[in-house]
Write a protein that binds this ligand. Structure first.
Ligand SMILES: [Zn+2]
Ligand SMILES: [Zn+2]
Length: 314
């Protein structure tokens, strides 16, 4: 079925290639509840401070529509996720088809954020212009929006296929950033990433306010949330079902906007296990970033967290 932005509430999934077992909604909910109960019982109040537990799925929200199994820390470790190595430490960001100046600026901010967040070196490559008219590539489809309007959409799956042979030799993960409309199957997407192939893609197209000359704080937040979500996937993280977190699966932009930028205790433990970042250095890099880009709520949040950790050590 073709989804039109104007006539249907398009399902804008934050997607991944999930290898989850085929669960029905009820089974998935039972599994999640059991995993949540077990995890919350073990969590210390200090670890949870500043985070919101995910309760029962909201009616019409992502978890009420998708049979999402929980991925615990142990599940994550057992999945043997993609890991940066000395030879390939980089997160490489790849502009795909030319971005206008405000979006280039946002991409630069995303680079700084990703470096702070994952504590890995990050590089932006020169723009690639795949030939969208090349029928052999079969990259696009044209959707009839209404009697007067058509829209060209790009196949996210095929974009990933084109990226795989191009992954730079020093890249842990290779992530394309574009401004075209993306789809996979019948869904329109903000982002799409592989849990094993080290590639992913996101688009500004549906998160950028129409005709905005520059990214406001909310647009920047969205861009940062999406890039960290998809990079999380490329590092083997599945959707988070424990707290409000950038790794939450979301039905649409409104639902995604309710997730904070900071990774929840579970997702942070996963990243800590995988990347072993210096937590103090990471927090202060994030604070510098939030201050520089006027993200006041996030700056306050991380300051509280830094103070909390310092108090605990005393
Ligand atoms: Zn996702
Ligand atoms: Zn999480």
């Amino acid at each position: 079925m073709r989804t039109s932005l104007l006539t249907l509430p398009a399902l804008l999934l934050l997607s991944a290639h999930l290898s989850a077992e085929d669960l029905d909604l009820e089974q998935a909910a039972k599994k999640r509840e059991a995993a949540q109960r077990e995890l919350y019982a073990k969590m210390k109040p200090a670890d949870e401070a500043g985070f919101t537990r995910l309760g029962d799925p909201e009616k019409g929200g992502y978890l009420s529509l998708v049979a999402e199994a929980p991925q615990t820390l142990d599940d994550y470790k057992n999945s043997r996720p993609v890991r940066p190595t000395t030879e390939r430490p980089y997160i490489v960001l790849q502009p795909l088809w030319s971005l206008d100046a405000p979006k280039k600026e946002t991409l630069q901010a995303m680079k700084e954020y990703v470096a702070a967040c994952f504590q890995l070196p990050v590089r932006i490559e020169e723009t690639i212009e795949f030939d969208a008219r090349d029928r052999k590539l079969g990259l696009t489809r044209v959707i009839t929006v209404d009697r007067f309007k058509k829209r060209t959409e790009y196949d996210a799956e095929k974009i990933l296929d084109l990226l795989v042979p191009r992954v730079p030799s020093d890249a842990a993960v290779y992530f394309a950033v574009t401004d075209v409309e993306l789809y996979a199957g019948s869904d329109n997407l903000h982002g799409y990433a592989s849990l094993g192939r080290r590639v992913g893609v996101m688009t500004f197209s549906r998160l950028w306010p129409r005709n905005a000359a520059a990214a406001d704080a909310e647009t920047l937040r969205r861009s940062l949330r999406f890039v960290s979500h998809e990079i999380g996937h490329m590092f083997g993280m599945e959707h988070c079902v424990f707290y409000r977190c950038p790794m939450n699966g979301c039905k649409n932009l409104a639902e995604s906007d309710t997730s904070p930028l900071h990774f929840c205790p579970v997702c942070r433990q996963k990243l800590q296990w995988l990347l072993e970042p210096d937590e103090k250095k990471r927090n202060s890099a994030l604070l510098d970033f939030y201050d520089k880009h006027g993200l006041k709520d996030e700056a306050t949040w991380i300051q509280k967290r830094m103070k909390g950790t310092a108090d605990e050590r005393r």
